[in-house]
Design a protein around this ligand. Structure first.
Ligand code: USQ
Length: 385
């Protein structure tokens, strides 16, 4: 299949490209290096060193892993989007090219607007290009589990059956996001559902949990590393906890730390996306998966990192609860479903502790890079500011 990855330079985009090449797909990528720039702005960098896209592609070619065609450009620019789709005519497009940080979107009006425009416009650009040029193309769009929020009832996969005043219907599950970023994903979902209804586009809307890990089966040596962020804006919970342990600074559950989220490893994320490509929806179908492996509380993850770190090194990592910079429930019911991917054939590859051990070992070699940017790890972005 001809697959285009929007956001090929990102944490998930790059390993997905490696996986799709190995599975024999023709891979095209587009990226404007937005995340690299924005991470530099918060005085941080990827803890694992990554080379330029040119060098990455050359490395892949040299090792005989395949050819990647690359477009440099911003997908919220409709001309760039048009050009990329026109010259590629993909069978499937994976859209990972959105501003992905909740804290970034909460910094102020400029960042909130930027997140709204980049995210919603890139998806509407893609919808129109697919409708006009490649109507049979499968759109696989990265949404987020955070679209649902933390309701006091079970979370189904996209839709649920409801009875109200004696009548029944099957409706989209109510959304209740916790940042401007997460709301943009809700708006994307609405737009994709509508595009599917009107033009019968084939869509997979992936409600993904928080991803962790340094490796996939394809990242077998450092020249193939994907980025790994540790700062308060671009780093995510478990990855940050591992970096904090390795750097000898306290692990930071926010508030009480009883807040739960769905999590999955980078390997599982890439496997699931590749599975979604291999097994597309029916023509004209809109399908939703909840893409996570297990749900955990932040405290459980902090303690797991502490225990694994002690086992591996004999050293103690400190856990220090800090005031929650976000507005979120810290004690709540959480029970999302994730049956659909299992039905398609998804099975987790490694246990949480094994994965944490791999992350810790990888980061140990780059401890100095984490420490160099230690100021950027402490939360400064406050939801209420
Ligand atoms: N948290 C801590 N300590 C930290 C960092 C985070 O306790 O040092 C807590 C947060 O308060 C939150 C939870 O961990 O309750 C998750 O936060 P996160 O920063 O790991 O993830 P989040 O901001 O929700 O966003 C990330 C990705 C985003 C993706 C989302 C999936 O950045 O792109 O959509 O995970 S989900 O969380 O399921 O919505």
């Amino acid at each position: 299949m001809k697959v285009m990855i929007m956001g090929i330079d990102g944490y998930i985009g790059w390993p997905l490209a490696l996986r799709l090449l190995r599975e024999g797909h023709e891979v095209t990528g587009i990226d404007n290096f937005y995340t690299r720039r924005r991470v530099r702005e918060v005085h941080s960098e990827s803890a694992l060193p990554i080379s330029s896209m040119e060098k990455r592609i050359a490395e892949v070619g040299k090792r005989g892993l395949g050819d990647i065609k690359f477009f440099r450009g911003d997908v919220s620019n409709s001309e760039k989007m048009h050009e990329a789709i026109k010259s590629t005519e993909p069978d499937a497009v994976v859209h990972l090219a959105e501003q992905r940080s909740a804290p970034y979107s909460m910094m102020g009006l400029r960042q909130a607007k930027e997140t709204m425009v980049k995210n919603i416009v890139s998806t509407i650009n893609l919808i129109y290009e697919v409708k006009d040029q490649v109507p049979d193309c499968h759109i696989l769009k990265l949404g987020t589990m955070g679209e649902y929020g933390t309701p006091n009832i079970d979370i189904p996969e996209g839709f649920f059956d409801i009875e109200y005043r004696g009548r029944k219907d099957r409706l989209p599950f109510p959304k209740n996001a916790g940042s401007w970023y997460h709301w943009t994903k809700v708006h994307d979902t609405n737009n994709l559902m509508f595009a599917n209804r009107v033009w019968e586009l084939s869509v997979t809307d992936v409600m993904q949990g928080v991803v962790y890990g340094t490796r996939t089966e394809d990242i077998i040596y450092p020249a193939l590393f994907t980025r790994f962020d540790t700062d308060e804006v671009w780093g995510t919970a478990l990855n940050r906890f591992c970096a904090q342990a390795v750097a000898g600074i306290p692990i930071t559950p926010y508030g009480k730390g009883n807040q739960a989220r769905g999590f999955l490893s980078l390997e599982d994320s890439v496997s699931c996306l590749a599975l979604g490509i291999r097994k597309p929806p029916e023509r004209g179908e809109y399908r939703v998966y909840n893409q996570f492996d297990e749900y955990y509380t932040v405290n459980y993850l902090a303690e797991t990192v502490q225990q694994v770190y002690h086992q591996e090194t004999g050293k103690n990592a400190e856990i220090k609860h800090i005031e929650n910079p976000r507005v979120e429930l810290e004690d709540h019911y959480y029970h999302p479903e994730n049956q659909k991917l299992k039905d398609l054939g998804y099975r987790r590859k490694r246990e949480l502790r094994q994965e944490v051990s791999i992350i810790l070992k990888d980061l140990e070699k780059y401890r100095d890079r984490i420490l160099k940017h230690r100021e950027s790890i402490i939360p400064k972005t406050l939801w209420k500011a």
